[in-house]
Design a protein around this ligand. Structure first.
Ligand code: ZN
Length: 321
């Protein structure tokens, strides 16, 4: 027992260094060539949609992005060479003060993180107070964009935007170039009033389903173990199995139908596993949007079924002529 104390102290010292080194390593900011942070409040949901697009300087780097405590992740993806977004693995860690940190190693250099966060509402006023703390991302070229609903008024950005106005359409697009960002926090405050609470894109059922819920969707294994040990009549077992198959089949069918609706939404990209199915379904154009462009005329990225603006460049979606 006499030696227990020095050994404990030794272990503590080792543990301290392990934690210290681990933290120090984790705090290294990731280098990006490009970073665009987009704020789309009251877009297709009364909340604030935050879209973080970036491009790694060194492919294969790990990324750490702090997200608000009450954020609901909507997409964690990386874009292949054709620009198609594919669901990317990610995990969450707790920061030193319990903050949520999204950790991902993008499969391709271009990545996207989307989340919804509550919008601070004070009467008719909407308040966005964003901060990406220093120590997570360095970018050679960073910018901020805000797309506000057409009914928004008295818009103020702090720091101010470089470009603004009711751009291609009635919605309000603001842009601010930050240039190079290194070892510094990115802050943006936006206030505006929206008395009617009208969204940029009216709410639909399709827009509320989240990719992260749809992606794993493992069909639960039939509880075979439960019935195997019982002394039930084999016919009842057979009937039960048939009923179960119907239920599971129905659930899978439902899931597949829902999946189809979501597959054309760039923000909720199909996982690589589901890609083969995409070929069959993408030929069909959804009737509601058959007269609208499928691809952005400005940047060439694919629109989601309900998108009125490009989620990449903010350009308005046009009608096919
Ligand atoms: Zn575009």
């Amino acid at each position: 027992m006499k030696n227990a104390r020095p050994i404990t102290a030794f272990i503590l010292v080792i543990a301290f260094f392990a934690v210290f080194l681990g933290t120090a390593h984790a705090q290294n900011p990731t280098d990006l060539d490009q970073l665009v942070i987009k704020f789309w409040p009251e877009y297709d949901d009364p909340r604030l949609l935050v879209i973080i697009d970036g491009k790694l300087t060194n492919p294969g780097s790990e990324l750490r992005i702090p997200i608000p405590q009450d954020a609901q992740l909507n997409a964690v993806a990386s874009a292949d060479n054709t620009g198609r977004l594919l669901t990317n693995d990610w995990r969450e860690e707790k920061g030193a003060n319990g903050e949520r940190i999204l950790v991902m190693t993008p499969q391709f250099p271009a990545f996207r993180v989307e989340y919804y966060a509550p919008l601070v509402i004070n009467g008719d006023q909407r308040i966005i107070d964003f901060e990406l703390p220093a120590g997570f991302l360095n970018a050679k070229n960073a910018s901020i964009e805000a797309l506000l609903p057409p009914s928004s008024k008295e818009v103020e950005l702090d720091p101010p935007a470089d470009e603004q106005g009711p751009t291609q359409d009635e919605a309000h697009l603001f842009q601010r170039a930050l240039g190079e960002v290194e070892d510094q926090a990115i802050r943006q405050k936006i206030t505006y009033v929206n008395p009617s609470g009208a969204l940029t894109v009216p709410e639909t059922t399709a827009s509320t389903g989240t990719m992260l819920q749809a992606t794993p969707a493992p069909v639960e294994e039939p509880p075979a173990a439960k019935s195997s040990g019982s002394s039930l009549n084999p016919w009842i077992l057979l009937l039960g199995a048939a009923a179960l198959a119907l239920i599971v089949g129905g659930a899978v069918g439902l899931w597949l139908t829902r999946d189809k609706d979501e597959e054309d939404i760039p923000a909720r990209p199909p996982s690589p596993k589901r890609k083969s199915k995409k070929k069959a379904t993408s030929v069909r154009t959804q009737p509601a949007q058959s007269n609208l462009d499928r691809y952005c005329r400005n940047c060439g990225k694919e629109f989601g079924p309900d998108d009125r603006y490009c989620r990449y460049c903010g350009a308005k979606r046009q009608r096919i002529q």
